[in-house]
Design a binder for this molecule. Structure first.
Ligand code: SAH
Ligand code: SF4
Length: 383
């Protein structure tokens, strides 16, 4: 198969050039062409010799995933469905705010960890995404938004009036933040996710600061330790419950990596983290994990760990048995946390009219896990 240059971080690109008998510094030029200018045609790369342009076009390609669908929510949130072959599709979400634009990126086709309140987890799992498919989401969103902004730059006011499009100030990046919170568990696809993170941080590619790139994990402890050593970016941990009995039910991987060990991993991570706190995500499920006593238990649990708690109102999807806690319940829960000195915020629900909110991303997953087989066998027995 022809190599895809979107699959390479700076080091791998330099190795590639050495392998084809070229100077390794070509990697920097190529990174800029591919990631900063969004160029896929070697013929346009004017600071490369004609011979090298021809050689590259003979042996490699620059190929992002293909956009198959695009939705714009009433609040300006956008969702792209991208085809990644064999009937599989993944989703990427762009969330515009006044002073920042956040891209939520997928790392796997589905997710094998099967958290019971998560639409992606309920889809099953097909495969890990390649580096090209991960960074390709940023590449595509960046190019699309930049092109639109350039087209409208002469009439900014008109754009503000007629659409909810993000309006970065001059010099601001259209996409200022990346969160690995789309489909999949990023740390279960460690090598590819880290190579993509390298590109996000690389000054010759996207040049984002470590503080503006967040990996969200359900708590794969060995991988949290590896991330700390290899590429410490901001870390969000999906906690969702204040004790192991409840977390075992909501986040099944907790049986393997229980809370106490997870909190120790968070403490270790903080020694190298770009921010001096861990974000704990906590989905608010009515009657399940949202009582005042749960809040008090949570306060006790995290009191030794510098953290911010992000309460996520549950986003519904078909076939779920869970309900979102009421705004009043969420407010009371947050107040208990805050009165004890914790920093707690409630995540604004964005893009839920196009199913782009946290946990609603379903994409198109050809499930390959036994879970689906079991489900099918069960149905067969019943019918
Ligand atoms: N696999 C990673 C990242 C993807 S999920 C993780 O679990 O952290 C991103 C966030 O959305 C996680 O905190 C996840 O628990 C949360 N989430 C999943 N399903 C949700 C739902 N239906 N409503 C609200 N949040 C949800
Ligand atoms: Fe996977 Fe995260 Fe969903 Fe759990 S919440 S099933 S880890 S994507």
């Amino acid at each position: 198969m022809t190599a895809n240059l979107l699959d390479f971080n700076a080091e791998q690109l330099a190795d590639f050039f050495v392998k084809i008998g070229e100077k390794p510094f070509r990697a920097k030029q190529l990174l800029r062409w591919i990631h900063q200018f969004g160029e896929v045609d070697f013929a346009e790369m004017s600071d490369l010799s004609k011979g090298l342009r021809k050689k590259l076009s003979d042996i490699v390609v620059i190929e992002p995933p293909r956009i198959t669908n695009h939705h714009l929510a009433t609040d300006g949130t956008r969702k792209w469905l991208l085809s990644v072959g064999a009937g599989n599709g993944i989703e990427t979400v762009f969330i515009p705010e006044l002073h920042r634009g956040t891209l939520c990126i997928s790392s796997q086709v589905g997710c094998a960890l099967a958290c019971t309140f998560c639409s992606t987890g309920m889809q099953g799992f097909n495969r890990n995404l390649t580096v090209a498919e991960i960074i390709g989401q940023l590449w595509l969103a960046n190019k699309t938004i930049k092109t639109e902004l350039a087209a409208f730059s002469n009439d900014r006011q008109n754009l503000i009036m007629t659409s909810n499009c993000h309006q970065p100030a001059d010099g601001d990046r259209a996409i200022s933040n990346v969160v690995m919170m789309g489909m999949g568990e990023p740390l279960a696809n460690f090598d590819n996710v880290v190579a993509a993170l390298d590109l996000m941080l690389d000054d010759h590619a996207y040049g984002l600061s470590r503080r503006r790139v967040t990996v969200s994990t359900s708590g794969l402890i060995p991988a949290i330790d590896r991330l700390r050593e290899r590429c410490p970016v901001a870390l969000a941990v999906s906690l969702h419950a204040p004790n192991d009995t409840l977390r075992d039910q909501l986040v099944p991987i907790n049986k393997k990596y229980p809370i106490k060990a997870l909190l120790s991993a968070c403490q270790r991570y903080l020694q190298s983290a770009p921010r001096d706190f861990i974000t704990f995500e906590y989905v608010m499920l009515e009657g399940v994990n949202d009582s005042v006593s749960h809040a008090r238990e949570l306060v006790e649990l995290v009191k030794e760990t510098p953290c911010k708690i992000n309460l996520i109102p549950f986003n519904s999807f078909s076939s779920t048995r869970f309900k979102r806690s009421s705004s009043e319940t969420i407010r009371i829960f947050r107040d208990v946390l805050m009165q004890s000195g914790l920093i707690a915020t409630v995540r604004k629900t964005r893009g839920d009219d196009i199913d782009a909110a946290c946990g609603q991303l379903a994409g198109q997953v050809r499930d390959k896990t036994r879970r689906t087989m079991k489900k099918m066998q069960k149905t067969e027995t019943i019918t």
